[in-house]
Design a protein around this ligand. Structure first.
Ligand code: PMP
Length: 358
């Protein structure tokens, strides 16, 4: 349904209708000029050839310093999505199941399904502030469980996994010898500091990237930090598929990291203001929602709503949102991406308020 909405939005746009697109997580903000210039400069210096399937030494070393690991533990991937896909592929291709808290990022479910893996969901609810129940999670783990996938901060709720709960999940995983894949693509621009998976002991995997932190979605660069055995296997997969992430893009990513503190401050501030604006407008309605602790979603609940029908009819009013069913069993919810300029956002939120009153 997520993709159907997007296709319909694009079709309406091609017919000349203005659609405020709050349905996907693709920021409207531009990639900072310094990053663009670094890529251009690298291209001019001839960084346009095939290269290592592990990624460039300079970028791996920089990331190893950022995360306090060895460079051998780092592999550069085609966006975090390829990091998620290839890790899931390696851990689940011979069968087994994966435990995922819901609501979850749509791709985890679709990837598992495509790999023929069973998905075991730990359902979380708005009423309990999206708390992951440790007993439920533990009860779902069996001898066929190959991994737990966490996303912190979480999409679509923009909530943070409570630190004590995270401690508990890691304890359970370590006791049972289960690997956690922690997708932390929103962590570096989170409004609230989050505890990172690499702060724990145990054989766990970090997947993250540059898309959200530096508004580089279309550049397709991310990375995985894991044990060297898994890094080797991921590199072999890269070799037979994408070969390597373009070197000029890796150089741009290195520049982004060098300028991180000055570049991300502004990006984070903008999302914070948007989240505040959205909460102010939505709190005047009967919609229930949790305030975002990170960019850049809100996942309101409207009693009795059929969010698929709602999302389709809202498109006719010029606003695209994602139905809650794209993230698990959440028919009464819908997801708003705060990925439009504030003026558009205001208009769209007012339309959403009107539509949910009907
Ligand atoms: N993980 C999550 C939780 C996401 O929301 C997204 C993008 N919507 C991604 C990964 C994909 O990131 P990338 O662009 O780095 O592939």
């Amino acid at each position: 349904m997520l993709y159907e909405i997007n296709e319909k939005a694009l079709k309406l746009e091609s017919q000349g209708k203005k659609i405020i697109k709050l349905n996907i997580g693709d920021p409207d903000l531009a990639t900072p000029t310094e990053i663009i210039e670094a890529a251009y400069d690298a291209m001019k210096r001839g960084k346009t050839k095939y290269s290592s399937a592990y990624g460039e030494k300079s970028l791996r070393e920089k990331l190893s310093n950022v995360h306090n690991v060895y460079a051998d533990n780092v592999i550069i991937t085609l966006g975090a999505k390829w990091g998620v896909f290839s890790t899931m592929y390696l851990l689940l291709k011979d069968g087994g199941n994966v435990v995922i808290p819901s609501p979850y990022w749509t791709a985890y479910g679709l990837i598992a399904k495509n790999l023929g893996a069973e998905i075991k969901l730990v359902k979380t609810e708005l009423d309990s502030n999206w708390k992951i129940d440790l007993e439920t999670l533990e009860s779902l783990i069996d001898r066929d469980t190959r991994m737990i996938i966490l996303n912190n901060p979480r999409n679509p709720t923009s909530s943070i996994i409570d630190e004590k709960v995270l401690d508990g999940i890691v304890r359970i995983a370590n006791d049972k010898g289960i690997t956690i894949l922690s997708d932390e693509v929103y962590a570096d621009i989170s409004f609230v500091k989050t505890k990172r998976i690499l702060e724990y002991g145990g054989d766990h995997i970090l997947v993250t990237g540059f898309s959200k932190t530096f508004t580089m979605t279309g550049w397709r660069i991310g990375y995985v930090i894991a044990n060297t055995g898994l890094v080797e296997k991921l590199a072999k997969l890269n070799q037979i598929t994408l070969t390597n992430v373009p070197v000029f893009i890796q150089e741009a990513a290195l520049k982004a990291l060098e300028l991180q503190s000055e570049l991300t401050g502004e990006i984070k501030r903008e999302y914070y203001e948007r989240a505040k604006l959205a909460c102010d407008i939505l709190s005047k309605t009967s919609l229930k929602f949790s305030r975002p602790s990170a960019p850049f979603y809100i996942f309101p609940k409207c009693r009795g709503l059929d969010s698929e029908k709602f999302a389709l009819s809202l498109l006719d009013d010029g606003v695209a949102v994602a139905p809650g069913t794209s993230f698990g069993d959440y028919r009464e919810h819908f997801r708003i991406s705060l990925t439009a300029p504030r003026n558009d956002l205001k208009k769209a939120l007012n339309k959403i308020c009107e539509a949910t009153l009907e």
